[in-house]
Design a protein around this ligand. Structure first.
Ligand SMILES: [Fe+2]
Length: 222
């Protein structure tokens, strides 16, 4: 998988094992152990790529409990966390979680936003989520048709609005679900132009990686 990433020009990979609101110190130990093994292997093979640890946390009622663990925030900075929801989660629930995260002083990056049809109904929904402090992300694979035409269509529509700030690869294996970031970036460039597409795969993810503050979103009236 990392060789494929390197071929695509990827220099940094955040490893985001699945977690949920019951993940605890045992999960933390396991993730840290596996992460170190991978890091050692990369050093041994002298692969030109950097890795960081985070997790992809499935929404649950006790999600605040898990945020204390080092694996819970992206690259362990304590600033950003990656959250996913069951597919048919109502928009209002997603919005409430975003509002709660503001109180907890962590910034939610919503994973593969294109997979939540009830939160992709209008541009207004995307604006509302961003206004409350969410960062909307998309899976590059979705944009290039990895999950079929319907998801690709939604992906193209939400990217075209300009409200998707991060594109990531939801890479799971070295076969069908590998990194698709180079293709995704090219597809995004056709919709929003090359400079903005670059922001979604380079500048915005770098801010998260470094735990830097996120620029405040202000809606410019069209
Ligand atoms: Fe996911």
């Amino acid at each position: 998988m990392l060789e494929s990433a390197i071929h695509q020009g990827i220099t940094h990979v955040l490893c985001t094992p699945h977690a949920n609101d019951r993940s605890n110190s045992h999960a933390n130990e396991l993730f840290q152990l596996r992460f170190k093994e991978l890091k050692d292997k990369i050093a041994k093979l002298e692969l030109p790529i950097e890795i960081g640890l985070g997790s992809e946390i499935m929404f649950g009622m006790n999600i605040q409990d898990v945020l204390q663990y080092p694996f819970a925030t992206l690259n362990g900075t304590g600033k950003y966390f990656l959250i996913e929801f069951p597919r048919q989660t109502p928009f209002e629930i997603i919005l409430n979680v975003v509002k709660a995260a503001k109180r907890w002083k962590v910034i939610p990056v919503i994973a593969h936003h294109e997979r939540y049809p009830l939160a992709c109904r209008s541009e207004q929904q995307l604006i509302q989520l961003r206004t409350e402090g969410a960062i909307l992300s998309i899976d590059a694979g979705s944009l290039v048709g990895q999950f079929g035409g319907a998801i690709q269509k939604v992906s193209r529509e939400i990217v075209a609005t300009g409200h998707i700030e991060i594109m990531m690869s939801d890479a799971h294996d070295d076969e069908k679900q590998n990194f698709r970031l180079a293709e995704g970036r090219a597809a995004a460039a056709e919709l929003i132009g090359a400079p903005r597409a670059r922001e979604t795969v380079v500048d915005a993810p770098r801010r998260v990686w470094n735990g830097e503050p996120w620029p405040k979103f202000e809606m410019v009236k069209k």
